[in-house]
Design a protein around this ligand. Structure first.
Ligand code: KG4
Ligand code: ZN
Length: 331
């Protein structure tokens, strides 16, 4: 079966085609970061309008690039939340209209769940149960994935998500958006740093996170120093390490406590090269670490198409409503 996946939950319009027998056929993406960068954050109304403008040209591009016909599509999967109401509506309206026109079914997909299963698209040896660390712009939480539809959140951020803090500190440092890749690039310029920021809740004995105090601490430091390129890199290096130290320690501890050998790290921050390297380096030899393919760490339509297919096989009734703030226990 050929599945079209449509992702419009925030500022990325992502479309992909998934073949249930052969895997991902291809995907296309339009990022709106330039549109929003001058406002310092995503403007929902602008995001909705841009999704509306880009969805049809992207579908045409996707079909042409991968030599598919629109009539090949047998199922349309779309993100129904969490996300921004307007952007979600544009995607769901498009998906339902297209499915109706083609005479095929549409299916709604939870964006967080799609991230969680995104590594399975390319990692054929990955099987549940696994510990999932989801670190994105909107969320940071650890969960145990027993199997499809059976999840337990064991810890989450009590305030900001890790990605959000990357984005905010990047702006304070005069670097670009999205902040994660910019901070990493700046940190790569040097090997040592005199800064030693707090590692929030690193020894809290639970699996919760808190990044807002770190954000304030780094912000206060930025206000006190002269921001030369070297100082920016030094701040970036220790700030990045502070976030990674906490994420890595808590995730590895969770695997140990719950005796689960597979760990999956997903969401936009999982594109961080140092995070990938350090997880592989710092884990015990009995633990297996999985990441999505780099291009599927950040928001994309492929993970929506993939989970849409999996869900369509699990015989669950779907209501096709969007929900900007769903829980992960959606079924
Ligand atoms: O999953 P995602 O694309 O969107 C949400 O669902 O939120 O995640 C976006 C987040 C942004 O905060 C961005 O700064 C962060 O992922 N990010 C990174 C990297 N690439 C993207 N953070 C750290 N290092 C990266 N290389
Ligand atoms: Zn996301």
């Amino acid at each position: 079966m050929i599945v079209l996946g449509i992702e419009t939950s925030c500022d990325e319009t992502g479309l992909a085609l998934y073949d249930s027998e052969k895997g991902i056929i291809g995907h296309v993406l339009n990022s709106q970061f330039k549109l929003h960068s001058k406002y310092g954050g995503v403007v929902p109304e602008l995001a909705s309008r841009d999704h509306t403008l880009k969805t049809i040209p992207l579908l045409e591009k996707l079909l042409a690039k991968y030599n598919c016909d629109i009539k090949d599509i047998e199922l349309v999967a779309f993100t129904n939340g969490p996300g921004l109401m307007g952007p979600l509506l544009t995607g769901s309206a498009f998906a339902k209209t297209l499915a109706w026109t083609l005479g095929v079914k549409s299916i709604e997909v939870n964006h967080l769940e799609a991230h969680i299963f995104s590594a399975m698209m390319t990692e054929s040896s990955l099987k549940s149960p696994f510990i999932s660390l989801l670190v994105s712009g909107g969320h940071t939480f650890l969960s145990i994935i027993e199997e499809l539809n059976k999840y337990k959140i064991i810890g989450q951020t009590l305030d900001d998500s890790a990605g959000e803090v990357f984005d905010k500190i990047s702006r304070q440092l005069g670097l670009g958006y999205p902040g994660g890749p910019e901070i990493s690039k700046s940190a790569e310029e040097i090997n040592a740093t005199p800064f030693n920021f707090p590692r929030p809740m690193i020894n809290s004995g639970d699996y919760n996170f808190s990044f807002s105090g770190l954000k304030t601490h780094v912000k206060n430091t930025i206000e006190k120093v002269e921001l030369t390129d070297k100082v920016i890199s030094q701040i970036s290096l220790d700030f990045e390490n502070a976030i990674l130290d906490v994420l890595i320690k808590k995730t590895l501890e969770a695997a140990e406590e719950f005796k689960i050998k597979n760990i999956v790290i997903v969401g936009g921050v999982s594109a961080n090269k140092k995070l990938r390297f350090r997880f592989q380096n710092e884990k015990d030899s009995s633990i297996n670490i999985f990441f999505p393919d780099m291009q599927f760490s950040t928001d994309n339509g492929a993970m929506i198409a993939y989970l849409g297919w999996i869900k369509s096989q699990s015989n669950k009734n779907t209501n096709l409503n969007i929900n900007p703030k769903p829980s992960l226990n959606i079924n």
